[in-house]
Write a protein that binds this ligand. Structure first.
Ligand code: RBZ
Ligand code: NIO
Length: 362
């Protein structure tokens, strides 16, 4: 099944080299800001300029959808929470709204497949709705082929819309009771891991819930493995409209050369699929945090991404990515605003030998 993503260009190598060199000229011992330095270099490469310019419009898009598999006891919470939380995002009361407010980002929520009629929601929230809930992936396909294509296209259109409206840094968040189950299946299908290695406790299922989830993941994975070489078929069989849209969004952000901070296991699973859809896209992503969910670590390893934070988050919504956002903003401004040794008249590192000579003479 063709999905025709255009070629993803790599972030700019010249800007990357210039940023590395500039880090060495700023008024600090070389390498002393640790990973913040490499993060700033990545930003410069993504922006194609050194020094990079501070971000002006970081944007979080929360992809909401229900999952039929939630009816089989794989979550600690009932499906109706998804729609209730969509209203909460719109009202500004969810965790990610508060975190984004602190980090200087704005939040948009999009209903791809919430099991509600969307009554009372602003029309832009439901404009991309594909269906009500997705199929129960342990026994049926999540989506039809047309729905999978529509969801993927919706994610791409949302990324285009955000970039065209001035977003210069993107975060993909998730809201959907049961969504850690398809996420675990996608990660297992694309990394070769066994069900027990990918099943976590999500919202906090007890041991019996964990067993039910492991059985659902095992059954869904049997169907996923048959199509694991075909990313669109994988989204159709064992993802859902919300995750399919997120995959399209992450791939299109890379096509549009816009950096992304990834969140937890749901965005990690969508990212694995997006990298299959648009090879090279992962160069435009940084991992905000490491979620408690075991499948997330497997996804990050496969994507070769080292998370910035490890805070024990297991929420989703984009919360872990937004928590890491201040580090990305700081890394950018360090490169943009710190003085150089030359500019500030600060003496540089002594040449090798001079140090020893200075010590010897006291
Ligand atoms: C009130 C509430 C707010 C949330 N915000 C994100 N999630 C997260 O938890 C769910 C995934 O976990 P599981 O697969 O165990 O259902 C998703 O809705 C995810 O976005 C929430 C869950 C709840 C209950
Ligand atoms: O890792 C995540 O993003 C996550 C974990 C638990 C529940 N919802 C999301």
């Amino acid at each position: 099944m063709s999905t025709d993503f255009p070629h993803v260009e790599a972030p700019d190598a010249d800007a990357r080299a210039a940023a590395r060199a500039r880090q060495g000229r700023l008024t600090k011992p070389a390498g002393s800001l640790g990973r913040l330095e490499e993060l700033g270099v990545w930003v410069a490469a993504c922006q194609g300029q050194c020094p990079p310019v501070p971000f002006t419009r970081p944007r979080v898009v929360v992809f909401a959808g229900d999952h039929g598999v939630a009816a089989h006891g794989v979550s600690a919470y009932p499906s109706e929470v998804t729609g209730q939380m969509v209203a909460n995002f719109v009202a500004g009361g969810a965790a990610v709204n508060v975190l984004a407010g602190v980090a200087g980002a704005t939040v948009r929520v999009v209903d791809l497949s919430v099991d509600s009629d969307g009554a009372g929601l602003p029309p832009q929230v439901t404009a991309h709705k594909v269906r009500r809930s997705s199929g129960s992936i342990d026994r049926e396909d999540a989506l039809t082929e047309d729905e999978a294509r529509a969801a993927l296209a919706a994610g791409r259109a949302i990324a285009d819309d955000e970039v065209d409206s001035g977003a210069d840094l993107l975060v993909a968040g998730d809201m959907g009771i049961g969504n850690t189950t398809p996420s675990a299946v996608l990660v297992a299908a694309l990394t070769g891991a066994e069900p027990v290695a990918v099943v976590g406790r999500g919202t906090g299922v007890d041991d019996q819930g964990w067993m039910r989830k492991a059985v659902a993941v095992r059954d869904a994975l049997r169907r996923a493995r048959r199509v694991s070489g075909d990313p669109l078929a994988l989204l159709r069989t064992t993802a859902g409209a919300d995750i399919a849209a997120m995959a399209g969004f992450l791939a299109q952000a890379a096509v549009r050369k816009t950096p992304v901070v990834l969140d937890g296991v749901v965005s990690g699973a969508a990212a694995l699929v997006a990298e299959e859809l648009a090879p090279g896209a992962s160069a435009w992503w940084v991992a905000g945090h490491r979620s408690v969910e075991p499948a997330h670590t497997l996804a990050l390893e496969q994507l070769d991404l080292e998370p910035l934070l490890e805070m024990g988050f297991r929420l989703g919504e984009g919360s872990g990515a937004v928590a890491a956002l201040p580090l990305v903003l700081m890394a950018t401004r360090v490169l943009a605003e710190m003085a150089t040794f030359e500019g500030a008249g600060v003496s540089e590192r002594a040449a090798d030998g001079e140090q020893a000579a200075a010590e010897a003479t006291g």
